[in-house]
Unconditional design. Sequence first.
Length: 470
Amino acid sequence: MIPDRFRPILDELSPLSERFAATGHRLYLVGGTVRDLLSTAAGTGNDDFDATTDARPPEIKALLNGWADAIWTQGERFGTIGAKKDGRIYEITTHRAEAYADDSRKPHVDFADEIETDLSRRDFTINAMALELTSPAPNLVDPFSGAADLAPRTLRTPLSPEVSFSDDPLRMLRAARFIARYQLQPVPELVAAVVAMHSRLEIVSAERIRDELDKLITVDHPTAGLWFVIETGLADEFLPELPGMRLEQDPIHRHKDVLTHTLAVVENVRPGARPDFDFRRTRLAALFHDVGKPQTRGYQKGKGVTFHHHDAVGARMTRKRLTALRYSNDDIEAITELVALHLRFHTYQMGWTDSAVRRYVRDAGPLLAELNVLTRCDCTTRNERKAAVLSQRMDELEERILELAEREEIASIRPELDGKQVMEQLGVGPGPIVGKALSFLLEIRLEEGMLGDTEIRQRLDQWRYDRDGC
């Protein structure tokens, strides 16, 4: 029996399924749409559709021609033809079985004629279900009992996990995402397979691992998935700094370790924290913000365990790891800078003077919103008084930023005179003295704000006199 909530989707797909049926081909809806409609009260209606068929790519293109608004063929050699109809994206793929060779970073794809063969090579049983659209009545094809695994939230592979993870080692990391996103419990044999096979992830390209990490880090609650990659040894293959943070901050008082704190900070970064920040980058910055602590761990009498300069060391480590994972230059610069700046708020212990606010805003630059979110989320103490004090100080800072912004363009703080004006005032040409003069003027701007043209030129002349005696 097909649930009534499938009816709108079946009606929408009816013109397409009739085309396939008329030529003797079968068409199946697969993937997340089937899984989610079986596990929720209603579909969103906004998802794209994945389908599979026994038709080969040239036949798929012919059947889409005249129905689709647009067709693209970038994935044709892997059996996939893309299409767009009334704003909806469709990807229709010939039944296939794909697997990695022992030393290959690219899967080898073979086409198949039977839907069961296709489903057997999918990642997990809850994704190995298909709804046939070309049968006289819609028919759920579920050879591996994926529907039965949905209710108890069980994560299993259609074939043995050793076969599944050998076919595509990235599935081990994908398991972490499904554990976190859908609160699934992996069966013991799946966990054991990851423990035994995690080194096989090395044949997967850095780009695919990066994309899967992004998907994991942006699920609503990623902690369970992150613990999975740590405890199975999977993190050792692509993010060894993560398990490296599993150490006690204070061996005497046994405070929570750096890793537990880090995962709590990641959880604290919520999608709706504020409208003007980059959620994914801030989550990644939270994941890396204390990565330098193990290398800087020390002990100081009277203060206990210390991590001096872990922000700077962590920034260097972050840059190296993000580069290895083939993140974009923009991502690398932004996330590394957030790690480098994550302690900046705490350097201002005496209150938010105009000068302190200017310097904080200038240091943060375009990352101000992300830095403020990260700073707030970095407070994971259970001491309500300490948490309240930090929250109040952050509130005061943001209020001061708004107040000062009304009087000054603090988002783009620069010296009151530009290089050309400095050369004219001092009667010099381009050279080191101009850069030094601009640095002097910037310090004035940060400390005292805008002084006006007459005053700032007098200050510059005095600086030149004090420097050169003329």
